[in-house]
Structures are given as structure tokens and as C-alpha cells.
Design a protein around this ligand. Structure first.
Ligand code: KE4
Length: 421
């Protein structure tokens, strides 16, 4: 028995499914989850000493690679001053100022401790600001696990073929309206049927929880116009795309301005940070200034802020990171397309290989993918020391430490199992 297998047996006794987040359990691909001992750059090592090229990157945060010197040093120095105070610190002001100074549609921002918390808070704020109850989300988009978002969600909720979650009350879900990604007519008709009742539209500006699906030309701008016509707020959930597509995220990448934006992952550089932000007149509705309550013991935690500040500062000071990871994403997609006719979607440093030969542009087309073939592919890659997402409906995350050799080695291993694809 491997150490990972032994640890997994122990874990299953004391944690549901032996994990602290479902997708880590390898349920949709089979086999034993690898317990990671350490990571550096583009590599991870499991407790049995196996080394992998890592394409998870902690599901997005590790854009600079694991153990980036500047981030590690910042965390180590911060730890020496204390872990948490439940009081304000200078570093949270520095992070907030850095973001507000560099992302023009974020005039104010509130730190929280996860993407879920950021989304939950932004939705409450949109409802409080508009005095409306209903929310539009898109089938297959995942926005964390707050009740109102677990309706035809993506990521793990989609992977397990359980688009709705038990425990979500009818009341919680009843104000969540579902549209189809990349289909503006489906959004317009919801506005027609629910006139003056819709607080906001929340969207992943690049859908990265049903694989990777770029917005069709005009889709995001169309959402902007529909929200303006109906007095609703547009929320970009940039937990994945924020600080990844470019420093300004999808909003800058596609030149569409949301009213509110949610962040996670990269903003914390690997530590637990989420955030939501937007125009001052909206954000000032948030307690203690306004009537929308939201709070958090570890919000703006000084260690997490140190990691986030070091990460964001490095990205601002080294914009060539974005050129590199985008080029590597394009290179990887092009190389994979040379060896298979399966669909490959890519946006910047995000990409997904689908086990379908049809185009993938929304939830219905994404779920055509053959997840059994994906499972076989995943295990083939893992056996060859390449750690892909243990589920079809996730993204490949390329970081600054992935080399051309990493990608060439990866595609070479892919070839062996895709040759008949
Ligand atoms: P967290 O609560 O997991 O920090 O963030 C929720 C979230 C919100 N919005 C988007 C667009 C997200 O992608 C996520 C979380 N992403 C998944 C990966 N698909 C997290 C991985 C996991 O659930 O273990």
C-alpha cells in the first residue's frame, strides 16, 4: 500500500470522502488521490516521492509557480509579527489600494476568505442595493457553494452529475434564474418575464468550471447592455480570471465593465483570500457604512494579505508574465490540436481538452464530453507523472514556471493515449 493510499484510508474515516473539497477525491476519475508533500515551480511531489508536472496550480492561485521566492519571503516575514489580530493592519490597506489604483472599476473593495464568501457577499449587496430579489446565473457556471448558486452549478457540482445540491431549500433556489452561457436571448427573455425584479446577472466572464468556454463576441457587452436597460447590476465572477488573463482580468481583457467583481485564488497567492469590489456608491452600502451586513473573523488576515500583496506586486512589476503564460497556453493548445481531433478550448493560460469532437460553447455542449474517456486519459497522464484536473469540467492552469519542455513532455505523453482519438 502506498503512503497516499494509507493516508486516504485514514482520511475517509474522519473527513467526508476523505477530502476537504469534493473534486480532490478523484471520484469521477477513480483511483487514489495523491497526497502532496511539497511543490516548487511547476512541480509537485507526493508523499510517496512521485514528482508531477502540476497543471492544477491549486486551481488557479499559483500563477507564479509554487514557492515563489518573493511570496515565500513575504509570508515568512509576516508570520514573525503574528498570525491574526481581529483588528486592521497596514497590509490590508496596501492590498486594497494596489487593486483600486490599478483596476478602475474597483473604487472600493472588501476582503473575505474565499471565492464563495466573495460571491455570497456580492449577491447580497446587489440585492440590497437594488431592493430586488432575483438573480440570473448561467447553467454550468460555478460561483462557489452558497445556496443560491448551487443551481445547475459547474465544477464539482457538474462533475458529480448533481447539478442541484441537496440541502438547498426551494426558497433559497427560487430566486435564482437560469440562462444559457453565450445565449443573450435566454437572458433577455428572463428579463422580459421578471421585469424590474432582477437584482443582478452573475457570470464567469470566461466559463472555467465546465472546462474552459470563452465568451462569444458581443456576449459580455450584451449582458452589460441588458443590465443597463433593466436597472440590474452586472457581476463578473473573476475568481479564476482575475489577475490571470491580465492584471485587470476579463474586464480589461474584453473591455467590458461590470458593476461588481469577485476575486479569489490569485489575490491570495495561495493563502485563503477572496474579495468583492466595485463602484463606491454601491460598496458604501456595505456595513458598517451601509445596511448590507457582511463580516469575517479572518478577513484581511495579515499573512494572507502578505502573500497576496507579494503576488500582485510581482505581477504588476513583471507584466511579461502575462505574455509568457498566454503564449504557453496557445502553444499547448496548438500542440494538442496537432495530435487529436477532440475539442480544445483555450483562453490565455486556461485551457481544456474535451472528449468530444463537437464545438463546446455552453453547458449542453460541454456535457457531451465522454467523461469515461477523460478518466482514462487522466489516469494515463498521472501514471506518467503529469497531474491534470481529476475531472473533465475543470481547467488546465498554466503558470509562469511552466516551460516549453514541460509542455512538450506533456503532449508527448498525451499522444500515447490520444492517438486513436
Ligand atoms: P472558493 O470558495 O473555492 O475559494 O471559490 C469558489 C469559486 C467561485 N467562483 C469561481 C469562478 C470559481 O472557480 C470558484 C472555485 N473554483 C473551484 C475550481 N473549479 C475550486 C476548486 C474546489 O472546489 O476544490
Amino acid at each position: 500500500m502506498s503512503i497516499s493510499e494509507a493516508l486516504f484510508e485514514r482520511a475517509k474515516e474522519v473527513m467526508p470522502g476523505g477530502v476537504n473539497s469534493p473534486v480532490r477525491a478523484f471520484r469521477s476519475v477513480g483511483g487514489t488521490p495523491r497526497f502532496i508533500a511539497s511543490a516548487k515551480g511547476s512541480r509537485m511531489k507526493d508523499v510517496d516521492g512521485n514528482e508531477y508536472i502540476d497543471y492544477i496550480g491549486s486551481w488557479g492561485p499559483m500563477i507564479l509557480g509554487h514557492c515563489k521566492d518573493e511570496v515565500e519571503t513575504a509570508v515568512i516575514n509576516a508570520v514573525k509579527n503574528g498570525l491574526s489580530f481581529g483588528a486592521s493592519t497596514q497590509m490590508e490597506v496596501e492590498v486594497a489600494e494596489l487593486i483600486c489604483k490599478n483596476i478602475k472599476h474597483v473604487e472600493m473593495i472588501r476582503m473575505v476568505s474565499s471565492g464563495t464568501e466573495a460571491v455570497m457577499s456580492a449577491l447580497r449587496l446587489a440585492r440590497g442595493y437594488t431592493n430586488r430579489d432575483k438573480i440570473i446565473k448561467f447553467e454550468g457556471c460555478y460561483h462557489g457553494h452558497c445556496d443560491s448558486m448551487l443551481v445547475k452549478a459547474g465544477s464539482g457540482a457538474l462533475t458529480f452529475g448533481a447539478p442541484d445540491s441537496s440541502g438547498v431549500t426551494k426558497g433559497a433556489a427560487s430566486d435564482t434564474l437560469l440562462a444559457s452561457y453565450n445565449d443573450l436571448d435566454s437572458v433577455a427573455s428572463l428579463f422580459e418575464k421578471n421585469r424590474d425584479e432582477i437584482a443582478c446577472v452573475i457570470v464567469e466572464p470566461v466559463a472555467a468550471n465546465m472546462g474552459v468556454i470563452p465568451p462569444k463576441d458581443g456576449f459580455l457587452q450584451g449582458l452589460r447592455e441588458l443590465c443597463d436597460q433593466n436597472g440590474s447590476l452586472l457581476i463578473f465572477d473573476e475568481v479564476i480570471t482575475g489577475f490571470r488573463l491580465c492584471f485587470g482580468g476579463a474586464s480589461e481583457f474584453y473591455s467590458v465593465t461590470p458593476d461588481l467583481v469577485t476575486y479569489g485564488k490569485i489575490i491570495g497567492g495561495g493563502m485563503p483570500v477572496g474579495a468583492y469590489g466595485g463602484r463606491r456608491e454601491i460598496m458604501e452600502k456595505v456595513s458598517p457604512v451601509g445596511s448590507v451586513y457582511q463580516a469575517g473573523t479572518l478577513s484581511g488576515n495579515p499573512i494572507a494579505m502578505a502573500a497576496g500583496f507579494a503576488t500582485l506586486t510581482y505581477l504588476l512589476d513583471n507584466p511579461s508574465v502575462y505574455d509568457k503564460i498566454k503564449a504557453m497556453g496557445q502553444y499547448m493548445a496548438d500542440e494538442i490540436r496537432k495530435i487529436t481531433t477532440y475539442t480544445v478550448n483555450q483562453v490565455g493560460s486556461l485551457l481544456c481538452l474535451y472528449f468530444t469532437k463537437e464545438p463546446v460553447y455552453d453547458y449542453a455542449s460541454a456535457i457531451r464530453s465522454d467523461t469515461a474517456k477523460y478518466a482514462a486519459y487522466f489516469n494515463h497522464m498521472l501514471k506518467n507523472h503529469i497531474y491534470m484536473a481529476p475531472a473533465q469540467f475543470e481547467a488546465v492552469f498554466i503558470g509562469n514556471e511552466h516551460s516549453k519542455e514541460d509542455i512538450d513532455d506533456t503532449v508527448e505523453v498525451m499522444q500515447k493515449i490520444l492517438k486513436d482519438g
